[in-house]
Write a protein that binds this ligand. Structure first.
Ligand code: CO8
Length: 262
């Protein structure tokens, strides 16, 4: 499948989607949203990837936000539709049955921070910058930023970031819990791949259950979340991986997970 604004690749069982508009710091327009949605659909349907990594082409930007030149020309209705299409895409990424890692290699502003927050976790390079600068344009975040940022870093910090529009460094983003790890740009990709491969070596069914339980659990009370967890635990026991994992431990060997239901 040929894409105009993204590069889609597969290395082993790791899928890679690269935002590829370096001339505009990988800013997102409606074509980018549609192409990423298509790529994500294909990755799920084909079922060949165990982990997906999102990153940006070039050494300067992950995604510098929604395309301001496009937004400037949009009517309120078109703006609302663009916002909703972006939100739908991010819900789609959140509900993918495989983990998605944001490999943030530079500016992740506005829609860029929003995309990264919809991934399961974020690794960033030391030169990366995060922020919700929409306030400087007379608008607000529109791809879920006001909602996910407050859930991730708390309401005070989320309000400060969205109301001031300031950019924060990767180190600061890690301090407030937005980013998991920070690496020099030269080693970011290798470190991200290393973690992706560790996760890909685990059982597909249990990795999926972890993702779903943590994502869904955050939307419900603790008791309901734990109830769901017990059901997901039972589902994992129907996977051949559960028997393999425990037998391998008892037999003092490395497990060979197949991701199959028995
Ligand atoms: N949109 C369009 N073009 C962009 C964007 C963008 N978001 N960001 C950068 N570019 C373009 C620049 O215009 C420039 O193009 P050209 O070379 O043709 O002049 C090129 O990329 C390089 O950028 P700069 O020369 O500005 O590079 P600097 O290193 O000087 O600055 C910055 C880098 C700080 C990242 C700067 O480019 C910047 O501030 N960019 C805008 C960041 C921003 O405000 N992002 C938020 C956008 S709003 C948003 O994301 C809302 C999401 C929800 C939308 C809801 C639907 C309506």
């Amino acid at each position: 499948m040929a894409y105009e604004t993204i590069i889609v690749k597969q290395e082993g069982d790791i899928g890679i989607i690269k935002f590829n508009r370096p001339e505009a710091l990988n800013a997102i327009n409606p074509t980018v949203v549609a192409e990423v949605a298509k790529a994500v659909d294909l990755i799920e349907i084909e079922g060949k990837c165990k982990v997906l990594i999102l990153t940006g082409e070039g050494e300067k930007a992950f995604v510098a936000g929604a395309d301001i030149a496009v937004m400037a020309k949009q009517s309120p209705l078109e703006g609302g539709n663009f916002s909703r299409a972006g939100q739908d895409l991010l819900f789609r990424i959140e509900s993918l049955p495989i983990p998605v890692i944001a490999c943030v290699n530079g500016f992740a502003l506005g829609g860029g921070t929003e995309i990264a927050m919809a991934c399961d976790f974020i690794y960033a390079s030391t030169n990366a910058k995060f922020g919700q600068p929409e306030i400087n344009l007379g608008i607000i975040p529109g791809f879920g930023g006001t909602q996910r940022l407050s859930r991730l870093v708390g309401r005070g910090l989320a309000k400060e970031l969205c109301m001031t529009g300031v950019m924060i460094t990767a180190e600061e983003a890690m301090r407030i819990g937005l980013v998991n790890k920070v690496f020099p740009l030269e080693s970011l990709w290798e470190e991200t791949m290393k973690t992706a491969k560790v996760i890909a070596s685990k059982g597909r069914v249990s990795v999926r259950a972890v993702k779903q339980m943590i994502n869904r659990g955050l939307d419900v009370d603790l008791r309901s979340g734990c109830y769901m967890e017990a059901d997901a635990f039972a589902l994992c026991k129907t996977s051949t991986d559960a028997a393999e994992g425990m037998n391998a431990f008892l037999e003092k060997r490395k497990p060979q997970f197949k991701g199959e239901l028995s």
